[in-house]
Structure formats: structure tokens, C-alpha cells
Design a protein around this ligand. Sequence first.
Ligand code: AMP
Length: 280
Amino acid sequence: MTIETTIDAVRAQVKAWKRSGQSVGFVPTMGYLHEGHGSLIEAARRENDKVVVSIFVNPMQFGPSEDLASYPRDLKKDSALCESLGVDLIFHPEPEEMYHPNFSSFVDMTVLTEELCGLSRPVHFRGVCTVVSKLFHIVQPDRAYFGQKDAQQLAVIRHMVEDLNMDLEIVGCPIIREEDGLAKSSRNTYLSPGEREAALVLSRSIALGQKMVEDGEQDAGRVIAAMKEMIEKEPMARIDYVKAVDGRTMQQITAVRRPMLVAIAVYIGSTRLIDNFIWE
Ligand code: AMP
């Protein structure tokens, strides 16, 4: 496994692989890797000859009051995990390598980013679409792997690839959880022991909503109300949003139908966590 920090080096390596007819799977991440990222890497490993992982905390997708400076980083541990999972190349650029001083081109998406995290984090998806486009141009993968954990991001990326005729396959992978249900996230590291306990309210409310839908509830409003009521009982929790949206357009819906995405963002103390379930 090699760790590259420059775009030229990644390009040269990928070109050599492609010349010899090898397929490339790509897993974009912000590092501080856990089993959620690991599951994406494993899927890429199974389906491609070569696997590239990018580790880049992308400044452009963070708002001014968000956690860019404190975002956890541990390249040594990340490299060891990647090595053990058979990754061929880690791309770990500095921000200056990705954004030169005159950088001024952006990929902006409308409709799909108007709800959920797009509402609470106005610059977020512009940053995500721009960096993911750049990474696709650099790595030229045959397939790229994204987690259902960030369900809106997955929908946005799929849509961008279709809109802009990008020549690769997007593969969505299921949410990986801790044993007690909490969705794995690099941001879980911010939680104190008390907050870690309180954070279980996210997965519990997701399980509640999912059960209501499975049991035949037709009114999305009732599902959302029950989930909100559960979250509001947790004193450390503050709701950002709890919403049911169309799984394709990300627009709010009132009646349960497929595909539906029920997504939540909840602050536990000052840590913002997300979770969701899909009804397909
Ligand atoms: P991040 O490093 O948080 O930007 O995440 C990189 C990729 O890993 C994204 O496609 C995420 O959706 C995915 N991911 C993060 N956490 C999980 C999880 N618990 N289960 C599955 N995929 C995940």
C-alpha cells in the first residue's frame, strides 16, 4: 500500500493500473476510520482489482461555526486499518493541493439539497459535490462507495453523477452500528460518557419509526411526531430535524410511501449526529 499526497502521483498510478486493464474502486472519506468506512472498503475490495481510499477533511463542506478545526484525525491508525483491509493506495492531500489560491469553480445542486442537512448546513453540499467531483476526476474510479448513513449525500452524489454524465457506478452500503445501536461515526468521539448514553435516543427513535411503518402506519406525520416525542424526553438532546422525505427527491411527504427516507439530525450537547431509515 502506498500513501500519496499529490494529484500527479495518484494520476500516474491509476493510469498504470488502467493500462493493464485493472478496475479501480474508490472510497472517499474524511479519515478517523471506523467499521462503517471499513465496510465500504471491503465492498470495494470484493468488486475491484485495485482500491483507493481518500482521506481528506474537506474545508469547503464545513460552515464557519462548524467543527473543521476539531475534526478528529489519526493517519497512522487509518493507514493500519486500510493496510489490513487490502487497500492499494491512500490519497491524503493537503488542502492546498486540492484548492489552489485562485480556485473558483464549484458544483452546486438545487432541489435535492433544499431539505434536511442542506437546510441546516447551507454550504455543505456545494463543498461535498465540488470535492467529490474533483476526486472522481483525479482517481477516475470504475465504482465509488458511499454509506447509507449519509443518505442525503448518497442521493445527491447519485444525482450529480447522472446529471453530469460521470462515467462510474455509485454503490450504496448499509449503515454500520455499534452493538447498542448507535450509528458509527467519527464524530462519536466528541461524546462524553453521559452523552454517549444519551445518543442512543437517535437509533431508538429510528427503530421506533421503522417499526411503526412496518406495522402499517400510513401517516408520515404520526411517525415523525412519535419519534420527536421520544427524542424530546432525552434532556441532553436537541432536535435539528426529524423528517420524512421522498427517497428520490428529498422533498417532504405527509403520507407513507416508497421510497421514503426518514432522517434525523440531533444535537447531543454540542455534537450534531445523524441517523435514518429507508422504506423501499
Ligand atoms: P466520512 O468520513 O464521515 O465523510 O464518511 C465517509 C463515507 O463513509 C461516507 O460515504 C459515509 O456515508 C460512510 N460512513 C460513515 N459512517 C458510516 C456508517 N456507520 N455505516 C456505513 N457507512 C458509513
